[in-house]
Design a protein around this ligand. Structure first.
Ligand SMILES: Cc1ncc(C[n+]2csc(CCOP(=O)(O)OP(=O)(O)O)c2C)c(N)n1
Length: 338
């Protein structure tokens, strides 16, 4: 029973959390996803390699989030939301409370769910034991995340849907005069989807400036390299043509990842200041979405994966020898990190 577990010391936890850096959290994500992949003979490991710094930067440097309001061990699935099901929950509480001045996080490529859970654990927002419920019947800790899964706010298992939902949320926030922004994490495969481009057209039409998108441009998809299946390039030019402010950065460089968002925040603060006393000093002063294309490496931090490139979408060990090589890597993880 939970009541019998030794209770963690809140002071020790808060000291530990304040020492976190993007690099330490990213390394923790990769190690945790590797460990889980070994335990389950399968996992979305290359997504941890590509996205670790992006997600860590969003949570540590970019988004304004309050402390988690959700339990360390997630509640079981309580049914889909409906008028008749007041018990239904989303996993957004792990990203903090909903408040007018706080940001909202929308997680789109939900096959990356394990990477998000690992991040939440590294940040102390989710208990490590939560992964024991991963992909089991009745659990919200889904293999393919859904709106009830920790850190998730919307259901987006069919790729390319979450941006449209996030755009609606951002528009509603602007209409209410809320200063909090909406941040969306997307994969590059989603830019092969028509709905993504419809969403950008709508963002441009409604002059949505309180929304930012970070793309894990890892150049891979299920069947191999994006360029071989169906290219999305030139992505930056295409997004600019759809009215977005676009930055292309090294997706493993925390400073480069945070810079466009921090620069925009300074502009918003300046504009709020300039318009003080006038009627509508909201983030609508900036009238276009921010997009950060994070160019990433699917094998970052785990070179062993390169032996499988470009088929890296889901790692399942092909032989005991291969599994042993990854076990060995995990065993020596600390030595590699130091
Ligand atoms: C609309 C839709 N089509 C196909 C799928 C199946 N699917 C799941 S993950 C994935 C890979 C897409 O590539 P990307 O999103 O770039 O992810 P990565 O390969 O980097 O993990 C696909 C095709 C899906 N979930 N939704």
């Amino acid at each position: 029973m939970n009541a019998q577990r030794p209770q963690p010391d809140p002071q020790a936890i808060s000291a530990e959390l304040s020492a976190l850096t993007v690099q330490s959290v990213a390394a923790g994500i990769r190690r945790r996803v590797l460990e889980h992949t070994l335990r389950n003979n399968g996992g979305y490991l290359s997504q941890a390699c590509s996205a670790a710094e992006i997600l860590a930067t969003l949570f540590l440097r970019v988004m304004q989030l309050g402390p988690s309001t959700a339990p360390l061990i997630p509640r079981p699935f309580a049914g889909v939301p409906s008028q008749n099901n007041p018990a239904a929950l989303t996993g957004a509480g792990y990203n903090g409370p909903r408040a007018p001045d706080l940001d909202r996080f929308i997680f789109s490529p939900v096959h990356y769910a394990l990477v998000l859970y690992a991040l939440l654990i590294e940040l102390g927002r989710l208990g490590p034991d939560a992964l024991e419920r991963f992909n089991t019947d009745g659990s919200t800790v889904e293999l393919i995340g859904a709106e009830h899964s920790p850190g998730h706010e919307v259901t987006a298992g069919s790729l390319g849907q979450a941006l449209s939902q996030a755009g609606g949320i951002a528009l509603a926030r602007r209409l209410r005069g809320e200063s909090g922004r909406v941040w969306v994490f997307m994969s590059d495969g989603e830019f092969q989807e028509g709905q993504t481009w419809e969403a950008f057209a709508a963002l441009a039409h409604h002059h949505i400036g309180n929304l930012g998108v970070y793309i894990d441009a890892n150049a891979q998809q299920c069947d191999g390299a994006m360029a071989d299946v169906m290219t999305i390039e030139p992505l930056a030019d295409r997004l600019r043509a759809f009215g977005a402010e676009v930055h292309e950065v090294d997706g493993h460089d925390a400073e480069a990842l945070a810079k466009p968002a921090l620069a925009r925040e300074n502009t918003v603060i300046r504009e709020r200041h300039d318009t003080a006393g006038q009627q509508d000093p909201t983030p609508a002063a900036i009238d276009r979405p921010l997009v950060v294309i994070a160019r990433t490496d699917t094998c970052r931090g785990i070179d062993l994966l390169r032996e499988r490139a470009p088929k890296l979408h889901y790692l399942r060990f092909k032989s005991p020898n291969e599994q042993d090589a990854y076990e060995d890597l995990l065993e020596h993880w600390q030595d590699l990190a130091s």
